[in-house]
Design a protein. Structure first.
Length: 231
């Protein structure tokens, strides 16, 4: 199981809940044709608050982006609208609600500014903060880390913050050369995964074992790495 899937599993099981319906809606959107897309775009234009249709459309653009020349603009338009008007939307916490800074620079910058406004104006909205941290995870890790640490401080018994921080620190490990800096980052990741493991329900604990073993190994904690690898 990937790190992203593990963190999403924790989010679905924790205080910040995520409905399985959002996946089904996005999946349905990915199976639509162009006529279906146009029909839903008309529905959203008539009723901007139709989050179900927007989720399907994001599923469509996620799957068909390379075949649809207008997909990038439409995708970013829907994502920015949701950030500005419904920042707690579940789809914003999933890959369907993300933009790539390299491949979609204009849309990414608009969404970035929208998220910065949301987190400035609503710092206590933890669901929005978690969604924003997912958006910034790959291209602005300093912002993502700040959001996750804030969420962890405000909501310390929810394992999603520790798991997300473990994921964030782990993402940087592969780019670091062997040495003290890499060991230090690995220790941070391992400690956060250990905390997530401690706070999680038994079923969710299983999703963390491979990450625990890997980061323990990178941190030089060989005995613990072996223990988690055997579980």
């Amino acid at each position: 199981m990937s790190l992203a899937v593990a963190v999403t599993t924790i989010a679905m099981s924790g205080a910040i809940a995520m409905s399985a319906d959002v996946y089904e809606l996005a999946r349905m959107g990915g199976e639509m044709n162009a006529a279906d897309r146009d029909s839903l775009e008309a529905k959203v234009e008539a009723n901007p608050d139709d989050s179900e249709s927007r989720t399907k459309l994001l599923g469509y653009y996620f799957i068909n982006g390379r075949r649809d020349e207008n997909a990038k603009l439409a995708k970013s338009r829907h994502i920015v609208w949701l950030i500005e008007n419904a920042p707690e939307s579940e789809v914003l916490g999933l890959p369907y609600g993300q933009l790539n800074k390299v491949l979609e620079p204009e849309g990414y910058e608009k969404a970035k500014q929208a998220w910065l406004t949301v987190i400035h104006d609503s710092p206590k909205n933890l669901t929005a903060s978690l969604n924003a941290s997912n958006f910034f995870l790959l291209h602005n890790r300093e912002i993502a880390e700040e959001l996750l640490l804030h969420g962890q401080e405000a909501d310390p018994t929810n394992s999603v913050w520790a798991a997300s921080l473990g994921q964030l620190y782990s993402l940087g490990l592969s780019r670091l050369p062997e040495g003290p800096e890499k060991v230090s980052v690995a220790k941070k990741a391992f400690q956060q995964y250990k905390l997530a493991y401690k706070l999680s329900e038994p079923l969710v604990k299983q999703t963390l074992l491979s990450s625990l073993a890997k980061t323990a190994f990178e941190a030089g904690s060989m005995d613990e790495a072996g223990e988690y690898a055997r579980e």
